[in-house]
Design a protein around this ligand. Structure first.
Ligand code: ADP
Length: 432
């Protein structure tokens, strides 16, 4: 490529040469005209290309403009390459941006980006749901005008973002607990990360309730036991009285032992998330054992009907099945008055599902309690439960055992109409 100076010198020389030839042959006027004409050709050519360039830039189609020849070809070519590279770079940045947005949208946490004025720069759909925001509507609005909870406004004002902030009763149904923390980034900007901790909070509350319940359950027998011990220490009791006190102390100790045993059973069941093994359990043997225990517990006060309607057996963990079935039978006995009848039945329905059911003619249970019976320490009849040695954990244990066997616990009961507790096992666990 020729340099600009060379081109310019060549052009001037050519102008002079054309002018000189015309001057010699045609006279001075023609000479000047010929010189100007030669010098004007590149000027006109440049003007045409400038006009083309203008047109292509106006229509944003620089990339598609046809290349002229000569000096302008290089300019057009470089311009086209520049535009193409710039567009490619913009596309790459846009893709990267889209990927970031997609990743932020996929996050299970709420994300809000604030500018240096605490105005919303961007937020994801989860944050919109948590705080009833709408990014299109609320972009560039100050966040404290939109989230007006005093504790949040204060958190933002104090600017001590090392600690997270817990916001309760949030979300569309005011039932969410949200953990929010601001992280500074860029130029005085902040990223708000919001995590839904509702389940964690619930689990925490349950843990606290559980500890309180266990302590409460243990405190009563311990207090009673200590009372007896003090009495025995301070009073001079005869043998008969001593024996009576020992018996009462024994029953309190027994109560504590039952509680600890049930707690351990529950803890083991909760720790074991695997399905129960597929060992064949001989149902007639189980039913015979249950009947023996039932008669011993009832001491002749109830009428029993134990029935095995199907020859099919169950596959599961025998110890657990015996404990679950036994719990249902013992509840039926403990909560039913004398002379009530208790029937236990094993059958297989037309779908091949196995069903163990216990029906009593006892007091029955009001519907508002039914869904809560399997909660730990939930009792309808508190005093009867304690008087009959109940720990309040029996049905929670039954429910866990049912889960481990993919079985359903079905409770049908109404006040004055007795109760039926059923354990329905899937056909995959029925054999024979
Ligand atoms: P508990 O050790 O107190 O018996 P459970 O978890 O076994 O605890 O039972 C929870 C509550 O359900 C009992 O306290 C009792 O009020 C009620 N309940 C269970 N079975 C029966 C039943 N067959 N008839 C009436 N109430 C029952």
């Amino acid at each position: 490529m020729l340099s600009v100076i060379t081109r310019f010198s060549l052009l001037i020389s050519l102008g002079f040469l054309a002018g000189y030839i015309a001057l010699i042959n045609l006279g001075p006027l023609s000479g000047i005209a010929a010189g100007i004409f030669v010098l004007a050709i590149p000027l006109i050519y440049s003007y045409i290309n400038l006009a083309r360039l203008r047109k292509f830039t106006l229509t944003d189609s620089v990339e598609s403009m046809p290349l002229p020849s000569g000096y302008w070809e290089e300019i057009f070519f470089r311009l086209q390459r520049l535009v193409r590279n710039l567009k490619q770079e913009i596309r790459t940045i846009e893709k990267q941006h889209d990927r970031f947005i997609e990743a932020f949208q996929a996050s299970p946490n709420g994300i809000v980006m604030l500018d240096d004025q605490d105005q919303i720069d961007w937020c994801n759909a989860i944050a919109e749901r948590f705080f009833d925001l709408n990014f299109k509507r609320d972009a560039l609005q100050r966040i404290n005008f939109l989230i007006r909870r005093p504790e949040f406004v204060q958190y933002l004002y104090r600017r001590q973002f090392e600690e997270p902030l817990l916001l309760e009763r949030m979300g569309p149904s005011s039932n969410l607990s949200l953990m929010l923390q601001a992280f500074p980034f860029g130029d005085k900007r902040h990223l708000l990360l919001i995590q839904d901790v509702t389940d964690l909070q619930k689990a925490d509350a349950m843990r606290r309730d559980f500890v309180a319940n266990v302590s409460h359950e243990m405190r009563t027998p311990i207090t009673v036991l200590m009372g007896f011990l003090e009495t025995m220490q301070s009073l001079d009791l005869d043998k008969a009285q001593q024996n009576q006190y020992f018996e009462m102390m024994m029953s309190q100790a027994q109560r504590m032992r039952s509680l600890v045993e049930d707690l351990l059973t529950l803890a083991n069941l909760e720790a074991n998330t695997l399905p129960a093994p597929m060992q064949v359990i001989d149902i007639p043997t189980i039913m015979a054992l249950l009947k023996n225990d039932a008669e011993a517990l009832s001491q002749g006060r109830h009428a029993f009907h134990f029935n095995v309607a199907s020859q099919s057996n169950l596959m599961g963990e025998e110890r657990e099945i015996l404990s679950a079935f036994g719990n249902l039978v013992s509840n039926a006995i403990r909560y039913s008055p004398d002379d009530a009848s208790v029937s236990a039945n094993w059958s297989v329905n037309s779908l091949g599902e196995g069903e163990f059911s216990v029906t009593d003619t006892g007091p029955g249970i009001a519907s508002e309690h039914l869904s809560r019976l399997t909660e730990r320490f939930y009792r309808v009849d508190r005093s009867r439960s304690r008087d009959t040695g109940g720990t309040g954990l029996g049905l929670a244990i039954v429910k866990h055992i049912a889960n481990r066997h993919q079985a359903q616990l079905i409770i049908e009961s109404a006040p004055g109409k007795g109760s039926t507790f059923k354990l329905r096992f899937p056909k995959e666990r029925i054999v024979g």
